[in-house]
Design a protein around this ligand. Structure first.
Ligand SMILES: [Zn+2]
Length: 319
């Protein structure tokens, strides 16, 4: 079956003009319209995908409480709290309404989109959210631009509403998924497989203890070395754990051009990575939710678009 795609133009972030607002540091590296650019390019290349487009809906407060403390959610009501999650004290100078509409509400929608992708994956095998994958958000607070742990919430719902007993997270964003691993630490029904650059943010030693399969890389790792590790370790992990669901966090900040990932994986190897992960889960009949996660180069939207098109064509050949 073809994958389902989850996307809305409201996924895009609206940041202040760098010329008029405060200096927003790394936030200004973001391609704020990445989701829309990726979907537009994918549709131009493959108009048929429109038939499998699903609309996201904002995540509810009750769903957020599955992964976050009441005190964190209650305090997310002023500019200072948002600036703290962004790691940018200067953002506190912006009006709350602006920050909320520009960043928090798109993430609420994207987190709900991951839940729409979960339902779709359980029905048709693969659900791809063109946003989401906010893997740094922890129970007591967001960090690293991540407000809501959509992956952890999807895990909780997969267990409580769908009765799944073994769930794997395959996190291949360049950064360690410290929020997700800290939230699921001690939960034997969840296994986190994480390949990340161990020399950059977040350097969270405590959260690494929550990883079942911990694969830190050095800065500058090439595509050949990256794929060699992935192709050796992922099949072993999936066979050992036999998950009933995989949440694949497909960050594109591993690409060499990315200003934050510090890896040297070429574009073609990023495409091969995505194809490999999804072929491994498909071969084993494991429903898979894919989230877009990080990516700060101008290639990010193109790689996200390629994931959408490649997966559509892959399943077209089979049906
Ligand atoms: Zn990242």
């Amino acid at each position: 079956m073809h994958p389902a795609f989850v996307y809305s133009p409201s996924y895009d972030f609206i940041l202040p003009d760098p010329g008029t607002g405060p200096d927003l540091g790394n936030l200004q590296l973001f391609d704020t319209c990445r989701a829309s650019r990726a979907w537009k390019l994918a549709r131009e290349q493959c108009p048929e995908i429109e038939a499998n487009l699903l609309a996201p809906r904002p995540i509810t407060d009750a769903e957020l409480r599955l992964a976050h403390s009441e005190s964190y959610l209650e305090n997310l009501t002023d500019s200072e709290a948002i600036a703290e999650v962004l790691g940018l004290p200067q953002a506190a100078a912006l009006p709350f309404e602006h920050l909320d509409a520009a960043i928090v509400q798109p993430q609420r929608l994207a987190a709900g989109g991951t839940l729409v992708a979960l339902r779709a994956a359980l029905q048709c095998g693969v659900g791809i959210n063109l946003s989401g994958g906010y893997h740094h958000a922890k129970r007591e607070g967001g960090e690293g631009f991540c407000f809501f742990s959509d992956i952890s919430i999807a895990i909780a719902i997969a267990r409580s509403e769908h009765g799944l007993q073994r769930i794997a997270v395959v996190d291949l964003d360049a950064h360690q998924g410290n929020g997700v691993s800290s939230i699921v630490t001690g939960n034997e029904s969840v296994g986190v497989f994480d390949i990340y650059n161990g020399e950059i943010y977040p350097g969270d030693e405590q959260a690494r203890k929550g990883l079942r399969w911990n694969h830190p890389l050095r800065s500058g790792c090439t595509g050949a070395d990256y794929l060699e590790l992935l192709e050796r370790e992922l099949p072993r992990a999936l066979d050992e754990f036999a998950p009933q669901l995989v949440l694949y966090n497909a960050g594109t900040d591993i690409v060499a051009e990315d200003p934050l990932g510090q890896l040297k994986v070429d574009e073609e190897c990023v495409r091969r990575r995505d194809a490999f992960v999804l072929s491994q889960t498909r071969e084993r009949g494991i429903p898979t939710v894919t989230t877009a996660s990080g990516g700060y180069s101008d290639l990010s939207y193109q790689l996200l678009s390629a994931l959408v098109v490649d997966q559509w064509l892959q399943t077209s050949n089979r049906t």
